[in-house]
Design a protein around this ligand. Structure first.
Ligand SMILES: *Cc1c(COP(=O)(O)O)cnc(C)c1O
Length: 356
């Protein structure tokens, strides 16, 4: 079976983990700081704060900006549930607006229309490795004095022009094994704001500013040095991983027939966390079954949008988001990960073209 994703971990990661185990400094040691510094440099920002996951990065960032009960945060429903759940975890209300059907990311025009006196923040998601329209979103945020929190959990190394994902607003990344780089579990917050960085550091470690002095409400959202050691190696390999994803995507887009291939707006670097096509005429599930029969994994990200999930229905969400709901019915992600061989790539192309 050709898997939909595959983390690439080797001798360097193995050695890095063993060094941490031998050092005895397992948590909040040298490696976490080194990883934070390297990641901040990579994104072109002043600060990076490591966390236990992408979800806790989002929750910490929202808390650090003082977003809580009574506040509304405008976001997309076409995402992994954690983007919206993090907003709920701080007591705020996610307000879902529709996507641009070409990019699958939040439509800035709809963001503007959804602003109310309670709106405090916009939380765009850089889905599948393609950044949302950040120039437009930053412009809206500036005009309405709103906070911007980028869910960059699928977008390590993505860019608009020269500017990296996580460098526009407060950025949140995940290092789950399926992402473009991994630390097993793990997350990172990026910011240029000294004050927000300091608050994030407090929140992720029990609100503690010095030994047993607790200045703020906080949690245990720390990353271990074992994870950071893996992350340092993976970050060095990320440029190569992403180059291979981009090359694999270019091959697929040049050869696939009968599907709508991913759209990349001019000036954007799409890092293809997922290679996601639209399958027209209701043939998506037939294509997925045909691929499975030929030993090729594919997956639907996401079959239900957040507002359609049972738990959100129960909360009373009744939004109608036509572009989001159509995407849920039509999208299919094909393998694009850096471990694919040229043979596997042509196998995928032949299978898709034959089935359709
Ligand atoms: C993976 C992911 C998250 C959550 O990250 P975890 O590390 O799994 O907590 C949040 N948002 C998006 C868009 C993701 O893909």
């Amino acid at each position: 079976m050709i898997p939909i994703s595959k983390p690439l971990l080797g001798e360097e990661e193995r050695q890095a983990v063993l060094e941490v185990l031998d050092s005895g400094m397992l948590v909040q040691g040298r490696r976490v700081q080194e990883f934070e510094q390297a990641f901040a440099e990579f994104c072109g920002v002043r600060h990076a704060i490591a966390t236990s996951s992408g979800t806790t990065a989002l929750q910490t960032a929202l808390m650090a900006h003082g977003i809580g009960a009574g506040d509304e945060v405008i976001t997309t429903a076409f995402t992994f549930i954690a983007s919206a759940n993090a907003i709920r975890f701080v007591g705020a209300r996610p307000v879902f607006v529709d996507i641009d059907p070409r990019t699958f990311t939040v439509d800035p025009n709809q963001v503007e229309d959804a602003i109310t006196p309670r709106t405090r923040a916009i939380l765009p998601v850089h889905l599948y490795g393609l950044m949302a329209d950040m120039p437009a979103i930053m412009d809206i945020a500036a005009r309405h004095s709103l906070v911007v929190i980028e869910d960059a959990c699928q977008a390590h190394g993505a860019a608009v022009g020269e500017r990296m994902a996580g460098s526009f607003g407060t950025g949140c990344f995940s290092f789950y094994p399926s992402k473009n780089m991994t630390t097993a579990e793990g997350g990172m917050i990026t910011t240029n704001d000294d004050d927000i960085a300091q608050r994030c550091r407090l929140i992720r470690n029990h609100g503690m500013s010095e030994q047993y002095l607790h200045e703020a409400e906080g949690y245990n959202f720390r990353m271990t040095d074992i994870q950071a050691a893996i992350g340092l190696v993976q970050l060095r390999r990320l440029a190569d991983f992403n180059a291979r994803r981009i090359a694999n995507a270019a091959y697929l887009s040049a050869h696939l027939r009968g599907v709508i291939v991913p759209y990349v707006p001019a000036g954007y670097r799409h890092v293809f966390h997922q290679y996601t096509v639209r399958v027209p005429d209701g043939r998506r599930d037939e294509l997925a079954a045909g691929l499975a029969a030929r030993g090729i994994a594919s997956r639907v990200y996401y079959p239900l949008a957040v507002h359609q999930q049972p738990y959100y229905r129960e909360l009373g969400y009744r939004a109608i988001l036509p572009a989001t709901e159509q995407a849920c019915r039509e999208v299919l992600s094909l393998p694009v990960h850096p471990a694919l061989t040229p043979q596997e790539l042509s196998q995928i192309v032949e299978a898709v073209n034959e089935i359709l």
